[in-house]
Design a protein around this ligand. Structure first.
Ligand SMILES: Cc1cc2nc3c(=O)[nH]c(=O)nc-3n(C[C@H](O)[C@H](O)[C@H](O)COP(=O)(O)OP(=O)(O)OC[C@H]3O[C@@H](n4cnc5c(N)ncnc54)[C@H](O)[C@@H]3O)c2cc1C
Length: 412
């Protein structure tokens, strides 16, 4: 079966690619290192550009049943004062929603669809890729259990520690830590504000928080599962492990005063069911992803700071564009070059924007202009036009400006 596309990694990118290739009428198999999929991680956000692709994969209903359609983002300072409220998804006139969802729920929906559409054998677990070799006719993937498999193309969708990337760029070194550490948690709590609000507040020197619900009505009392992320500037550079347990005492003191009449952040943290610690890391842009029959996608290609809700979204866009390029021509190397030409710069523009000028950079401006003090009227600190310009610029860079998205032809 050397006409198969071999996908290394059964995460969000790999599974979306499998579904997209199937939609394009192309065969593939996914090779995942983990011996079994476990419900890992916490919340992710899918913006309308990603939701459009998932809708075109006929997954809107299944995803909407488990996630929360985000209604608005409230940007605030650490005193709980609202800087601006921005409607999101359909509430902002988009044709697609913004969905806040547990990563495990997103993964489960994708995996169930792969099993139903491609068959149970399409995803092989317990296969850790170690190396590939290629010639003019095929590519061969070798796994750590001593087995090998041949295919027409090999796609590295193996995440931030990608072994495929390491083979293409052996001298790159580890992801770069720039001094911001994160603690992520989930807590069962009563809905706050609209029940579908996302909060982004504070700023790094004094603590920054992101809070949003990811599961509705999880019990008879109407509790939601609330996802939160605490970010602090810190020299701690812990290992990058999605399952590293975090300790409350390491970050709670920074958020001591965060008890607003509309949300008790301190209680939310104290009552967490699970806390994970992860450093904010990304990688510098690469000159290329494609080498003949091999290419990279998702976090393997462009890990980014989780600042503009684009990590999963950009991986999904990669999958759709890559499947379209592979459908367009039988010449694999041409298809993979064309994919790189369409996606590399676009994805790196998001990586670089997330470092300095992501949508939450308005928090930095407010923090600096107020000297970290409560403000009287926000208009005296930042004009509405200035605030809007930051958000709109990021939407254009990341590919989810409303009219641009509505008018763009389908990738596949
Ligand atoms: C367990 C886990 C939990 C996560 N939790 C969150 C979260 O809570 N919030 C968030 O924003 N992001 C989270 N992420 C990251 C998020 O999924 C990605 O940033 C984004 O969705 C891009 O997905 P990806 O498929 O490129 O990478 P990933 O989702 O990281 O998937 C990569 C996949 O490749 C597999 N893999 C790795 N090495 C090999 C190998 N050598 N051979 C074969 N397979 C390999 C991994 O096991 C994994 O399944 C998590 C990732 C993982 C793996």
């Amino acid at each position: 079966m050397s006409s198969d596309v071999l996908i290394v990694g059964g995460g969000i990118a790999g599974l979306t690619l499998a579904l997209s290739l199937h939609q394009a009428g192309l065969s593939c198999r996914v090779f995942e290192a983990a011996p079994a999929f476990k419900p890992l991680g916490v919340g992710v956000n899918l913006l309308p550009h990603a939701m459009r692709e998932l809708t075109e994969l006929r997954l809107l209903e299944a995803l909407s049943a488990v996630g929360v359609a985000t209604r608005e983002i409230v940007f605030c300072n650490r005193f709980g004062q609202t800087i601006t409220t921005e409607p999101r998804g359909r509430f902002a006139g988009y044709d697609w929603p913004q969905l806040s969802i547990h990563r495990a729920d997103l993964h489960a929906v994708l995996l169930a669809a792969v099993h139903a559409r491609l068959g149970e054998g399409a995803v092989v677990v317990g296969k850790r890729f170690v190396q590939a070799e290629q010639n003019a006719d095929r590519v061969t993937a070798h796994f750590d259990d001593g087995t090998s498999v041949h295919g027409a193309a090999l796609i590295g969708a193996d995440g931030i520690h990608s072994a495929v990337r390491r083979q293409l760029h052996p001298h790159e070194g580890p992801p770069s830590y720039q001094g911001i550490n994160m603690w992520r948690g989930v807590t069962r709590a009563k809905p706050f504000l609209t029940g579908a609000s996302m909060i982004i507040g504070g700023w790094l020197e004094v603590g920054k928080m992101v809070v949003y619900p990811i599961r509705n009505a999880i019990d008879a009392q109407g509790h939601q599962l609330i996802n939160w992320v605490a970010e602090i500037q810190s020299p701690r550079n812990v290992q990058q492990d999605w399952n590293l347990a975090g300790k409350l005492e390491d970050f709670l003191p920074t958020f001591n005063g965060w008890r607003f009449d509309w949300l008790d952040v301190v209680a939310l943290m104290q009552q967490a069911e699970q806390i994970l610690e992860y450093p904010m890391v990304d990688r510098d842009p690469l000159p290329f992803w494609t080498q003949a029959r091999i290419t990279l996608m998702g976090d393997a290609a462009h890990p980014m700071y989780p600042r503009g809700s684009n990590g999963a979204g950009q991986a999904i866009l990669d999958a759709r564009v890559l499947a379209a390029c592979l459908r367009e021509t039988n010449d694999i190397t041409t298809a993979l070059q064309s994919y790189q030409a369409k996606r590399l710069q676009a994805a790196y523009d998001v990586v670089l924007a997330n470092r300095t000028s992501g949508p939450d950079s308005l928090l930095r401006t407010v923090h600096e202009r107020t000297g970290d003090q409560p403000f009287g009227r926000i208009e005296e600190v930042m004009s509405a036009a200035e605030i809007e310009a930051i958000g709109e610029k990021y939407k254009r860079i990341a590919g989810f400006e409303r009219e641009q998205l509505r008018q763009r032809a389908s990738f596949l």
